[in-house]
Design a protein around this ligand. Structure first.
Ligand code: CIR
Length: 258
């Protein structure tokens, strides 16, 4: 099992479209302001570039208001680019343009029916793939992805997500074998060998943090969580995500990284 840290060189993002407010959401926080959404998205791209990543920005996908949450449409491992079959029917058509964007980078694999899988349910940490079973990812989709990563020698574990959107709405890597957990999610058997930082109630959203080559990107507005992350002695960058949050999105959803 490989335990080297993952190093990212490249990211693919997608510009939010003017129909972004028509996407799926449970947040009840109102509609995103499109110009502010574009600014927040641009700041995210800029942060990735400053960290040394080469970032491709795909054009918005008309008719697919959630498509800028590009993480859900593919999973990129060191060996393969796996095009998903998103669990929400309204998002299924997002994948065709992703295939074209990834084809030059990795051999392609696909999640086939009846499997469904969203990339937001896939966490790679400490040399293992964790695959959430959620409203979006079913057991067949998890099994298909598990078989693909296992064919390249990676161990994998499925994790029931319960109520909530995706696995990575609750747990994310802080680098190495340390994970950030939304409160209540840290007791899962799957993560027993990992070090953990558990966020305070009210800061659940800040569990969706994005580790890039030794720097942590976190959503702005969570001082208690920021203090907890500061103990890791990693550089931390806070990014405004208010407009994505209105659509149930966060930092990990906005890019494919590899
Ligand atoms: C959806 O419900 O599919 C989008 N509005 C939000 C997706 C967020 N994706 C992610 O966390 N990976």
């Amino acid at each position: 099992m490989s335990m080297e840290p993952v190093i990212f060189h490249k990211a693919i993002v997608r510009a939010p479209g003017p129909d972004a407010a028509a996407g799926l959401t449970t947040a009840g926080m109102g509609s995103p302001d499109y110009s502010r959404l574009l600014l927040q998205h641009a700041a995210y791209v800029e942060a990735l570039r400053r960290l040394g990543l080469e970032v491709d920005v795909l054009p918005a996908a008309p008719g697919y208001p959630d498509a800028y949450f590009i993480e859900d449409a593919a999973v990129v491992t060191p060996e393969f680019a796996i095009v998903t079959r998103p669990g929400a029917p309204s998002r299924r058509g997002e994948t065709s343009s992703i295939e074209a964007a990834l084809a030059g980078h990795r051999p392609l694999r696909r999640i086939e029916p009846p499997g469904t899988l969203d990339g937001g349910d896939v966490l790679f940490a400490g040399g293992r793939f964790f695959i959430g079973l959620s409203e979006r990812t079913n057991a067949d989709g998890a099994r298909q992805l598990g078989a693909i990563v296992a064919s390249a020698g990676h161990p994998w574990t499925s994790v029931p997500v319960g109520s909530g959107l995706h696995l990575k709405s609750f747990v994310n890597t802080l680098g190495g074998r340390t994970l950030a957990f939304a409160p209540g999610f840290e007791d899962g058997e799957a993560f027993r060998d990992y070090d953990r930082i558990v966020l305070d109630p009210g800061d659940e959203y800040a569990a969706n943090t994005l580790w890039i080559n030794g720097t942590l990107l976190m959503p702005a507005g969570f001082p208690g969580t920021r203090e907890k992350y500061a103990r890791l002695e990693l550089p931390v960058i806070e990014l405004e995500t208010s407009e994505m949050r209105k659509m149930d999105g966060g930092l990990t959803c906005l890019s494919l990284r590899f």
